[in-house]
Design a binder for this molecule. Structure first.
Ligand code: NIG
Ligand code: ZN
Length: 373
């Protein structure tokens, strides 16, 4: 070692013998900026209420929108910082983060600004997604909400983007029966594409709507959930190819049918994983997501690792910098206190004992720092 690296300046030498080194994990789908948890809805769901029952009764996303609108940028940043640092402690080095609890120009921009601040101040990389069409505000029809996203929200996001105040990568819409229909979703995605954004949206989750086929026809880079994807949808995603972002926590909590992951993989659809962290699915741990993906959806351990690293990076268009240990990429890696990497997934819910060190861009992240946030 001394001979091979004699010309390099090495600040710190870590003895990793008997341990395992992995690329840092990538979380391809989260809703991390919000105020007001929904712990009260958990017992309602356990008693049999569906996701849409709660949404239609004015809870769910609407509840979070009320609280998020009332929160200041500083309050939202404080909450986001704690969540992101817990994700980092659980091995996530790059995370996608959506807006979507503002549902009007002012509050959507507020959420996106909070994500920008986190990009500047925290040792975790973030890919921002504008999701002004995450729900239909209570005082509007879906048609009116679509119009608002098209004529007010997207233009303002793009104005701030051009001024360098925002750096938004993708656009998202909750394409679902009772939320935004296929035509409304298509219009919003097309406008996002024209504005230069990547397309990365919620499709075919609770009901089969052929959202995936619509997304593939627009060349969507990624689509999420896909529990209700059709055969044609799988074929269309394989052709593009579009990355399927699978969210096991949500399927587990809402007791949805498993997405056809095996078929997707067999047909050549790249499969990525996300925690879907949000007030409905409060999970900050990608190792737990990997465990659920293996046990509930029949993924193999290597498939889950690929899905939580390089494929998740590809879903965000960041495969050139993240997702694997290669010359030219960021030095984002995990040192596991275990002789085999599989312990990370096998030892459920105890990630922080297994993850000995998180290294971000070549620097060891100080545990005290992220726990004291
Ligand atoms: N389905 C829409 N969005 C989120 C849930 C957001 C929420 O319930 O607050 C999801 O991906 O599961
Ligand atoms: Zn989501």
């Amino acid at each position: 070692m001394e001979l091979k690296y004699k010309d390099h300046i090495v600040e710190k030498i870590i003895d990793a013998s008997g341990r395992t080194v992995l690329p840092g994990l990538v979380d391809a789908h989260t809703h991390p900026v919000w105020a007001g948890d929904r712990v009260h809805e958990f017992s309602m769901k356990l008693a049999g209420a569906t996701y849409m029952d709660i949404y239609e009764a004015g809870g769910g996303i609407h509840f979070t929108v009320n609280h998020t609108r009332q929160a200041t940028e500083d309050e939202l940043y404080g909450l986001l910082k704690q969540r992101l640092m817990r994700m980092l402690a659980n091995g996530t080095v790059l995370v996608e983060g959506k807006s979507g609890y503002g549902l009007d120009t002012e509050n959507e921009i507020k959420m996106l600004r909070v994500l920008e601040r986190a990009k500047r101040e925290l040792p975790i990389d973030i890919s921002s997604t504008f999701c002004g069409a995450h729900a239909v505000p209570k005082n509007q029809t879906a048609e009116e909400a679509t119009e608002n996203v098209l004529t007010q929200q997207i233009p303002e996001v793009m104005r701030l983007q051009e001024m360098g105040e925002l750096h938004v990568d993708s656009i998202d819409v909750f394409c679902e029966k009772g939320v935004f229909n296929i035509d409304q979703s298509r219009k919003i995605l097309e406008a996002g594409r024209q504005a230069g954004l990547r397309l990365n949206f919620h499709a075919d989750e609770l009901t089969p709507t052929c959202g995936t086929e619509m997304g593939a026809s627009l060349g969507a880079e990624a689509m999420s959930h896909l529990e209700e994807i059709s055969q044609e949808g799988i074929a269309a995603m394989a052709l593009k190819p579009s990355v399927a972002v699978i969210l096991p926590t949500t399927a587990y909590l809402l007791r949805l049918k498993p997405p056809p992951v095996r078929q997707m993989i067999n047909q050549g659809v790249p499969v990525a994983l996300g925690s879907d962290f949000n007030p409905n699915a409060h999970c900050l741990s990608m190792p737990l997501v990997m465990n659920l993906a293996c046990v509930l959806f029949g993924m193999t351990l290597p498939e889950a690792l690929v899905a939580a690293t390089i494929n998740a990076a590809a879903a965000l268009g960041k495969q050139k910098t993240h997702g694997s240990l290669e010359v030219g990429k960021y030095g984002d890696l995990l040192i596991l206190n275990a002789p085999r990497w599989e312990h990370l997934v096998y030892q459920m819910g105890d990630n922080q004992q297994i993850i000995g060190k998180v290294i971000k861009r070549g620097c060891v992240v100080d545990r005290e720092v992220y726990w004291n946030y």
